[in-house]
Design a protein around this ligand. Structure first.
Ligand SMILES: Cc1ncc(C[n+]2csc(CCOP(=O)(O)OP(=O)(O)O)c2C)c(N)n1
Ligand SMILES: [Mg+2]
Length: 275
């Protein structure tokens, strides 16, 4: 029932953004299936012990999709769902980008391009300590234009970090337009492979493929894995899908009602199909 859970979480994200009157709508909706696959299937974590030394690490390098991360952390039990209602208020710990004040957050992010380098450090520390935890880092495709991503990519393969998994939310759009117009990425899979990563290409909005890829890591012994997840920005709501204007945008009352109707219909189908 993970697909249905992703749809429910899409409703939570839109409610959060509507209530706070701000948020990164498109990138939250493209990446939520990946977050659900991680938090409700792959990650070896105990929300009651968020600092357990043996826990798997997850770094949300595309920190602007904080609303999706907060909704997932609340659903997983890192903090009560009521806390979500404080999102965006002055007295809240839930800022527009994640901070270490939020239980479950491993690294403050939002300035793009830093998550993978820190993930490399976490994975290297695990190797040196003989620890078995894995490190997962979710990046945006626009984020791939940051040179620091590629320094970290080199280090990941240099140190043979097969306990490190990078995931790219390959939705084709960034803040100001198409990724390939702003800074061409293709052939992105070949580029990661040339940097020594084992590349696994999937549809990142297909829960079966997300889980299959997460279950397959390390895809190659001795190498870090890069999951190249093709997604649709705004996935799940017809008028938000693939629209650059919805990078950061709040639905009107009518749009919000329509989005909820569309998601409720999809949830009913998913429940019927038991997915
Ligand atoms: C270092 C840095 N430069 C610029 C920004 C402004 N910014 C916020 S989101 C974004 C676009 C990111 O695009 P992408 O990584 O594709 O994310 P998604 O499509 O998943 O929203 C930019 C440029 C930033 N947060 N950090
Ligand atoms: Mg993008």
């Amino acid at each position: 029932m993970l697909a249905a859970q992703s749809l429910e979480l899409r409703k939570d994200i839109l409610s959060l953004i509507k209530r706070a009157n701000g948020g990164h709508t498109g990138g939250c909706l493209s990446s939520i299936d990946i977050l659900v696959g991680l938090y409700f299937h792959a990650l070896r974590i105990d929300p009651a012990m968020p600092r357990d030394p043996g826990r798997d690490r997850f770094v949300m390098s595309k920190g602007h999709s904080a609303e999706g991360l907060y909704c997932v952390l609340a659903k997983a039990g890192f903090f009560p769902a009521l806390v979500l209602e404080q999102y965006g208020r002055f007295d809240s710990t839930l800022y527009g980008h994640p901070t270490m004040n939020v239980p479950g957050v491993e690294m403050p992010t939002g300035a793009l391009g830093h998550g993978l380098a820190v993930g490399v450090g976490m994975a290297l520390a695990a190797k040196r300590d003989g620890a078995s935890y894995r490190t997962f880092v979710l990046m945006g495709d626009g984020e791939q234009a940051e040179g620091s991503v590629w320094e970290a990519a080199m280090a990941g393969s240099h140190y043979g970090l097969d306990n490190l998994v990078g995931i790219v939310d390959y939705n084709g759009l960034q803040i100001s337009g198409k990724v390939d117009d702003v800074m061409r990425l293709s052939p992105l899979g070949d580029r990661w492979a040339a940097f020594g990563w084992k590349v696994v290409q999937i549809d990142g909005n297909d829960m079966g493929q997300v889980i299959g890829a997460l279950d397959s890591v390390p895809a190659k012994a001795g190498s870090p894995t890069l999951i190249l997840a093709r997604t649709i920005k705004g996935k799940g709501v017809s008028f938000i899908e693939n629209q650059v204007a919805w990078h950061h945008k709040v639905p009107t009352d009518e749009q919000y009602a329509q989005a909820m109707r569309e998601l409720d219909t999809a949830i009913a189908s998913a429940r019927e199909a038991r997915v």
